[in-house]
Ligand binder design. Structure first.
Ligand code: IPE
Ligand code: MG
Length: 216
């Protein structure tokens, strides 16, 4: 979901305004993805690097939006058959936020459509925490399957397609392990401008890709 800050600045508004519009857009877009039959949606809401390098003021605004999102999800997710999860290292968060995340994860755990909201998430950090979990569990050597299931994303299938908005052509530490065979879709559209027609365009493009997974 890249481009919130630039979108707001272009309008002479503070970056935080871009995040609040971005959060609204995420709700609409994730709902539309489900309407289009996408069963697994993951959003990169805040990276481990964002948490280290953004101002306190911007981070506070993002955490407030996250809390509002969770309060809303407690009511709306069950109605939409949606399971909400938060991949990422939540140990850096306030006890209040951790409790809210645990609560919505627990209350929605039985539903069909998965919505992963990655916060304080980094692909490298996730792999390191996964390996440490396995070591703590007594593993002396590991397989690819061991690491996959020890990741925060657990048994969620790897992403078929990764969409990045906001002009940048990089992965920025997103799902490094899981992205091994993902299709990439980059668009100049800034996240707050992303909408249903952009989802349609991405799905259309996906249908044209030939996935070979290393075969001839
Ligand atoms: C993405 O928008 C959302 C977060 C990282 C929280 P940015 O905040 O990166 O917006 P730009 O890239 O500065 O426009
Ligand atoms: Mg950015």
């Amino acid at each position: 979901m890249d481009g919130n800050g630039r979108w707001a600045r272009k309008r002479g508004m503070p970056r935080e305004y871009g995040h609040s519009v971005g959060a609204r857009v995420f709700k609409a877009v994730s709902t539309y993805c489900q309407d289009r039959g996408v069963e697994y949606v993951t959003t990169y809401a805040l990276s481990t690097e964002n948490l280290k390098n953004r101002s306190r003021q911007e981070l506070n605004a993002i955490f407030l939006l996250l809390k509002e999102y969770i309060k809303d999800a407690l009511v709306t997710a069950p109605k939409r058959n949606t399971r909400v999860k938060f991949p990422g290292d939540r140990s850096a968060f306030s006890p209040e936020l951790i409790e809210m995340m645990d609560e919505v994860e627990e209350k929605t755990s039985g539903y069909k459509y998965l919505l992963n909201i990655a916060v304080n998430y980094g692909g490298r950090d996730e792999i390191v925490r996964a390996v440490n979990r396995l070591i703590a569990g007594g593993y002396k050597s590991v397989t690819e399957d061991d690491i996959t299931s020890a990741l925060d994303t657990g048994n969620c299938p790897p992403p078929d397609m990764i969409i990045r908005t906001g002009c940048e052509l990089r992965l920025s530490n997103f799902m490094l392990w899981q992205a091994a065979y993902s299709e990439f879709y980059f668009t100049d559209t800034l996240w707050p401008d992303f909408g249903e027609k952009d989802v349609d365009a991405a799905i259309e493009e996906y249908s044209r890709r030939q996935r070979r997974f290393g075969s001839a």
